[in-house]
Design a protein around this ligand. Structure first.
Ligand SMILES: Cc1cc2nc3c(=O)[nH]c(=O)nc-3n(C[C@H](O)[C@H](O)[C@H](O)COP(=O)(O)OP(=O)(O)OC[C@H]3O[C@@H](n4cnc5c(N)ncnc54)[C@H](O)[C@@H]3O)c2cc1C
Length: 405
């Protein structure tokens, strides 16, 4: 079969790329080996970052998060819960770090405000007596499942074709150009495309290798523990340099505690360590003591798609920005990899990718996704029906095969 652009991967990035291209009038086909969102997208905390988390360490990435946070609240309100968020300084935490974060957020124009411990506990009664100060920031909670189906539906309505259960098994390159892609599973076809986008998240290195191309990555796993909600309705972040167990994310009936960061060799097969689960719960209990005894609803793991060309010693030092790689210089013209980034920045990653692909194709249509509402933007029930119809796998939302019953 033929398509103009083949997108590999049905996480937020892949469906975002397919939607962006389809809205520009490009003929696009997306293939996903499992159900939609079955990779990292459905296994994240689901925080719509304000950028505060990265503000002092990576202001450019933080600015991108803030811009996308504002856009997604506008175009996809049914995917977003406006919870707000706080960075908590506990007794003994470095006050200079709190000040650096506060200044960095102010520099970004975020409108972050400082509360003392009592003011914070008035707003979040379950917060620890050890909280001495808090920085209020516009973090929110996003539903990966709803977001992915909304993108997939808009892509499909604009003419894209989406195949799930369709793993890419080989990519044939000849004379420095990608010629065709073998897709197995339910599709079982040879696909010829003018451009191929590798949007396979932590599997991007493995997928690129099918075309003989190297994409240096350092995927790291992180655990998330959903427990019954002891009365938290805002995102709580520990105000210290990123460490294990420094985030608590509220969902309607539960809070998701996270997370850890441990390198994995294989995103499909990695150790799930009980010690990481325990550490995550005990560290989060420092911010919110009641989570220590709250019944566990489920535990799930995700793998960060970290792009690491410089291979630093500490994986936490790897940028959470994204990379868009054009593999023409690697002898695979027509193949692009988009990797790294965050759920929060998926739309921007998709826009950059679609811009590059359109340059190659000679398509002059521009991106429309920053101000076009997503389908179901005002209708959460419709989105939940679509999540069911697509069979999305997103334990972050408590839906799909990955969600223990
Ligand atoms: C523990 C953890 C917590 C996180 N929390 C947040 C958060 O709160 N907020 C935030 O903004 N970001 C968060 N992130 C980051 C965010 O989840 C990811 O950056 C983002 O979801 C990646 O999306 P993606 O589409 O690029 O990759 P993925 O969602 O992994 O999608 C790639 C897809 O490619 C498919 N695939 C792989 N190989 C093939 C193949 N050969 N053929 C066909 N399909 C294939 C996979 O099945 C998968 O569905 C978190 C990440 C982790 C690990």
């Amino acid at each position: 079969m033929r398509t103009t652009v083949l997108v590999i991967g049905g996480g937020a990035t892949g469906v975002g790329v397919a939607r962006d291209l389809a809205l520009r009038g490009v003929d696009v086909t997306l293939v996903e080996r499992g159900p939609l969102a079955a990779g990292t997208t459905g296994r994240s905390h689901g925080v719509l970052h304000s950028g505060a988390r990265y503000a002092e360490a990576d202001p450019d990435d933080a600015a991108a998060c803030l811009a996308e946070n504002r856009i997604l609240r506008e175009v996809a309100p049914a995917c977003v819960r406006e919870t707000g968020g706080y960075f908590l300084q506990l007794d003994g935490d470095d006050p200079d770090y709190f000040e650096r974060k506060r200044r960095a957020c102010a520099d970004l124009g975020m409108g972050a405000t400082v509360l003392d411990g009592d003011e914070l506990r008035d707003r979040v009664p379950a917060a620890s007596p050890a909280v001495s100060r808090a920085l209020a920031v516009p973090d929110a909670v996003i539903s990966p499942a709803r977001l992915v189906v909304a993108n997939a539906v808009d892509a499909r309505e604009a003419g894209a074709t989406i195949h799930t259960g369709a793993p890419v098994e080989s990519i044939s390159v000849d004379d420095g150009r990608v010629r065709s892609v073998e897709v197995g599973g339910d599709l079982d076809a040879t696909v010829e495309a003018a451009a191929v986008v590798n949007a396979t998240g932590p599997w991007a290195e493995r997928c690129a290798r099918l075309a003989g191309v190297s994409v240096p990555m350092r995927p790291t796993r992180g655990v998330m523990v959903a427990v019954e909600n002891p009365g938290v309705d805002a995102v709580l972040n520990r105000c210290r340099p990123p460490a294990d167990g420094d985030i608590v994310v509220p969902r309607p009936d539960e809070v998701v505690l996270g997370t850890t960061s441990v390198a994995v060799d294989d995103p499909d097969d990695f150790e799930r360590s009980a010690a990481e689960v325990e550490r995550t719960v005990s560290e989060c209990a420092a911010m919110c003591p009641a989570v220590a005894d709250a019944p566990t609803v489920r535990t799930y793991w995700g793998v960060r798609p970290l792009y690491a060309p410089d291979d630093p010693d500490d994986a936490r030092a790897i940028s959470r920005g994204f990379a868009l790689l054009d593999h023409a210089a690697d002898g695979a013209e027509g193949l692009y990899t988009v990797v790294g980034g965050k759920l929060t920045t998926y739309r921007r990653m998709a826009e950059a990718t679609a811009d590059r692909v359109c340059d190659r194709l000679g398509v002059s249509a521009t991106c429309r996704t920053a101000d076009r509402p997503l389908p179901g933007h005002d209708d959460p029930d419709r989105l939940d029906d679509l999540v069911g119809e697509f069979g999305v796998d997103a334990p972050a939302d408590g839906v799909g095969e990955g969600t223990p019953r």
